[in-house]
Design a binder for this molecule. Structure first.
Ligand SMILES: *Cc1c(COP(=O)(O)O)cnc(C)c1O
Length: 372
């Protein structure tokens, strides 16, 4: 935090993230405790999996201990391991890519389509080779784009498309929910995500064979001594909380969309427009991503951050994946993605963004616009 950000009165500080408690949290935990069994093989966990599959409209769900374990399981079940490659967009954040390293495989980071977090279709076609085991798509801040086109390429190549939809609960493309388009969708329910259970995650798929591999991979290989596996099970307390909170998810996403809508329409007059704004695209607006073609995104993010509107990009040191030393050499010179990051600003959309906060953001940006 810079000195100017530190001097913002705490009442005026708007965090980029929001943690919410709900009236029924306690009773949902009590209900689990009454069942006594708290481990991942509790009936409560199965109930939660059924409810998630239903909410997303898929056949199968496996609840897991984190979004990271969801990704490791999805990659492992796709045959990812030493000597294999996984194609990723260079806009993928660190937690999307660590699981690939965990399995000893090589991430191949490629450019995105213009004005999009979606994989460049031309580049995908160029980099797929016999070592490629999966295409990983990452709709950051809930913004899907060309997932359906990437899925077609994956099907043609005979490899899975894995969706890291860890921030994309409720986002849709052409009416289809993200996390249900590829072979497998990976979600996180970490405290900051739209559905929150402290730590946690889940996997979605419609493919029965893949589901069996996922379940075995997350449940110690079924302890049969023939199959490899991890213990990635979600505990029953978190599952009970998730089951209860799933009832709020529709409303949480609607709230984010409403805040985003107000910010977007108020800021249009200053030349801001939303990323990936195709009519068939309905992101959850986990954070609102606006493009600022007339100004430098770095300056703008810093300007707002210093006035107490915390920037997600600054807070997490978000940059293109190959610009982190840990991922050096996984990609380079991705022009579309570089332009996207250079001209984007993220704005919070959580319940703490009141009309007063919206007015403040608009005032700051109109001042900046006037000064130039
Ligand atoms: C949060 C997140 C993860 C990791 O999830 P955890 O539950 O924190 O392990 C992975 N990918 C993306 C895009 C995320 O936002």
């Amino acid at each position: 935090m810079t000195s100017s950000a530190a001097s913002i009165a705490s009442a005026d500080f708007v965090s980029s993230k929001w943690i919410e408690a709900f009236p029924d949290d306690l009773s949902s935990i009590e209900r689990v405790l009454q069942h006594k069994k708290l481990s991942g093989t509790s009936d409560i966990v199965s109930e939660y999996e059924v409810a998630l599959a239903e909410w997303f409209g898929v056949r199968f769900c496996v609840a897991v201990s984190s979004g990271s374990s969801a990704l490791i399981a999805a990659l492992k079940a796709s045959g990812v391991g030493p000597g294999t490659e996984v194609v990723i967009p260079c806009t993928a954040p660190i937690p999307s890519v660590l699981p690939i390293l965990a399995l000893g495989a090589t991430p191949v980071a490629i450019d995105t389509e213009p004005d999009s977090f979606g994989l460049s279709l031309d580049r995908v076609a160029e980099v797929i080779n016999p070592r490629t085991r999966a295409l990983l798509v990452v709709p950051v801040w809930g913004y899907g784009s060309n997932e359906r086109d990437v899925q077609k390429i994956a099907v043609d190549a005979g490899i899975p498309m894995i969706e890291d939809a860890a921030q994309a609960h409720g986002s849709t493309i052409g009416g289809q929910k993200l996390g249900t388009i590829g072979t497998v969708g990976c979600f996180s329910t970490h405290d900051n995500k739209p559905l929150a259970t402290g730590e946690g995650g889940f996997l979605l798929t419609n493919d029965e064979g893949f589901y069996r591999r996922l379940r075995s991979t997350c449940h110690l290989g079924g302890l049969d001594g023939r199959h490899f596996g991890f213990n990635f099970k979600l505990g029953a307390l978190a599952a009970g909380l998730g089951l209860q909170r799933l009832g709020n998810l529709e409303r949480i996403v609607a709230g984010k969309r409403a805040v985003a809508q107000k910010l977007t329409s108020a800021l249009r007059q200053y030349g801001f427009f939303e990323v990936s704004a195709q009519p068939e695209n309905c992101p959850n607006r986990y954070s609102l991503v606006l493009r600022t073609p007339n100004s430098n995104g770095d300056d703008l993010r810093r300007y707002l951050h210093d006035r107490g509107i915390e920037s997600d990009i600054i807070k997490y040191g978000y940059r293109l994946i190959y610009e982190h030393s840990l991922f050096e050499g996984t990609g380079n010179s991705c022009r579309n993605a570089e332009a996207l990051l250079r001209t984007s600003v993220t704005l919070p959309t959580h319940p703490g963004v009141s009309s007063e906060v919206i007015d403040r953001i608009v005032e700051y940006l109109s001042d900046m616009h006037r000064i130039g």
